[in-house]
Design a protein around this ligand. Structure first.
Ligand code: ATP
Ligand code: ATP
Ligand code: MG
Ligand code: MG
Length: 281
């Protein structure tokens, strides 16, 4: 088989190498979900079942792929990483659909997702990326909540609602919601306002000076003493880390990820070294 005259095409199959020691963010987005959500009658603006289904699929992906949220380039292949995550996500989405929606999926209207990978070289970049997404979630949700209130409760057409909201700032939208519909935006569900963050949950430990990076704790085994990629860990250290990650529960939270508090309380997310606080550079 080897050395056939056709084999030269293999040269076209080049590796998409990722930079080592960076944060790889894979962003998944439903393809044509505007139409898809119409077809399956998602409630507007937020269909809770659809959001819970996305969350369940995301949890399943994190459970399935132990490399996720290990920050430092375990995987070095861009295309492999993206396709694996996206196809795993889609598989779970389809599998879990009946647990969330009464109508079965139709072969002509099946869900699919695109995925892109972006690399961020620092914790600051990564946190800014997450902050950007959460700020976007807030802006979109405030807009959509007001937009759909005007339509569903205010009797406006889509165009009228759009015109009404043209040029408004968030204060105006809060005011419309409150004065016209008696809605206090602050009391809207956290999942709608803040989105969902999925991560492995470990015990939140009070940080003491002695405890940071100490070898007495089990977690200390993974502390290489510096901010290095996993390649600096021995095979047995990696195996131990895997074991701990498998035991950890994957949780969904709807909390502020822009402020420091979320990250400071869960140092394992950014350090991949439970028990040690990472430095935000
Ligand atoms: P593309 O294929 O370019 O991503 P799209 O049709 O998926 O196009 P998006 O900009 O990704 O458009 O927006 C997704 C759309 O899906 C939203 O605008 C909304 O109409 C709908 N949608 C997604 N999730 C929900 C949900 N939980 N509840 C209600 N509508 C939803
Ligand atoms: P991203 O892909 O970055 O998450 P998005 O475009 O998918 O962003 P959505 O919540 O899907 O974000 O869309 C929000 C924007 O779409 C709003 O700012 C608003 O301008 C517009 N929008 C949402 N629903 C409607 C609608 N039914 N009719 C007209 N415009 C809408
Ligand atoms: Mg979108
Ligand atoms: Mg989409």
């Amino acid at each position: 088989m080897a050395n056939s005259k056709y084999e030269y095409v293999r040269a076209f199959e080049h590796d998409d190498n990722l930079l080592p020691n960076t944060w790889i963010v894979v962003r998944i987005d439903g393809r044509g979900f505007h139409r898809f959500s119409d077809r399956y009658k998602f409630q507007k603006p937020n269909d809770e079942r659809a959001l819970n289904l996305m969350n369940a699929a995301a949890c399943a992906v994190v459970r399935d792929l132990p490399d996720l949220i290990i920050a430092y380039g375990v995987s070095d292949e861009y295309s492999k990483l993206v396709t694996t995550i996206v196809s795993t996500f889609t598989a779970h989405y389809v599998y879990l659909w009946p647990s969330f929606f009464p109508t079965p999926l139709e072969p002509e209207f099946l869900p699919s997702f695109d995925g892109r990978a972006v690399q961020y070289p620092s914790v600051r970049n990564l946190r800014d990326y997450m902050s950007w997404r959460q700020a976007d979630c807030h802006i979109n949700n405030l807009y959509n909540t007001t937009f759909w209130s005007l339509i569903l409760r205010g009797g406006m057409s889509n165009t009228e609602a759009e015109n009404r909201l043209q040029g408004t700032v968030s204060g105006d939208k809060n005011e419309i919601l409150f004065s016209q519909f008696g809605i206090n935006y602050n009391n809207e569900p956290e999942m709608y306002k803040k989105g969902s963050v999925v991560f492995r949950d470990y015990e939140i430990k009070p940080q003491t000076e002695k405890n940071d990076g100490g070898t007495s704790s089990k977690e200390g085994d993974f502390d290489t003493g510096e901010e290095g990629p996993p390649s600096e860990m021995s095979k047995s250290q990696i195996a131990k880390l895997r074991k701990m990650q498998k035991k950890a529960t994957v949780v969904i939270r709807h909390v502020d990820i822009i402020k420091d508090e979320f990250w400071e309380q869960r140092p394992w997310i950014l350090s991949n070294k439970p028990g040690k606080l990472p430095a935000v550079d």
